[in-house]
Design a protein around this ligand. Sequence first.
Ligand code: AMP
Length: 249
Amino acid sequence: MKALVAIKRVIDYNVKVRVKADHSGVDLSNTKMSINPFCEIAVEEAVRLKEAGVVDEVIVASIGPKEAQEQIRAALALGADRGILVQTEDKAYPLQVAKILKGIAEQEGADIILLGKIAIDDDNNQTGQMLAALMGVGQGTFASKVEVVEGKANVTREVDGGLETIALPLPAIITTDLRLNEPRYAKLPNIMKAKKKPLDEKTPADFGVTMTSKQDVIKVTPPPERSAGIKVASVDELIDKLKNEAHVI
Ligand code: AMP
C-alpha cells in the first residue's frame, strides 16, 4: 500500500509575518520557512502507518519554488521514502494544487492520501476537499485518529458536536487535525540519510495543469495594532470600566 503526503512550504509558525511596503503580499526575504505544521502531522501519520506495516512506501509531494526541496528533505528525514517537487514560481492556489495532486496520486497509485487540514499561510482549508471531489473518492477531514482495517480507513473526525468515526474505502483523502499525533524530531543520522533519498522534479505542465488562477490578490494589510491591556485593582473598578469606558454593560 502506498501513502502520498502533500506538504506545503510556509513561513515558520514562530515568525512574525511582515507585509511588503507596497502591500502586494507577505515579505518572504530572510524569513525562516518550514513544513506547514498540519502537513508535518500528515507525514508523521504516514510514517507511523509504515512502521505499523500497513503502508509499504511513503511519498511526499510539494508544489512550489525550488527551495521547497528543503521541506521535502525535512520530510524524508522524518521517515518518508521519496519526494516529488512540482516546481513553479507562480502562486499555488488550492484548485491548481488539487489538480496536480490528483495527477500524482493517480500516477503513483496511492491508496492513502494525507494532507493538512489547512495551510497556515493562506488559511484556505480547501485543497483536501477539492482533491476528493476531483478524484471522486471519499474524504475524512479533520482527522484525530486513523486506523486502516481490512482495506478501509476508519477516520475519527473532530466535528462541532464532538467526534465522528467514518469508514472510507481506499483510495481515500485524509486531512489532519492537531490532535492526530505529535510529530517526531528528525535525528541527525536520518537527516544525513535523507540527502540520499530520491527526489524527482516535475512541472505543473507534466500533469496538464496551468497555474493561472481566477483569483487575484488585490492588497495585503497587517491586522490593526491592538492597544495594550491594563490590570484593574478590583471587581468594582472592572465593572466601572466596562460600564463607563468600554460601554459594554
Ligand atoms: P489549504 O487548502 O491551502 O489550506 O491547504 C491544505 C493542505 O493542502 C496543506 O496542509 C497541504 O497538505 C496541501 N497543500 C496546499 N498547498 C500545497 C502545496 N503548494 N504543495 C503541497 N501541498 C499543498
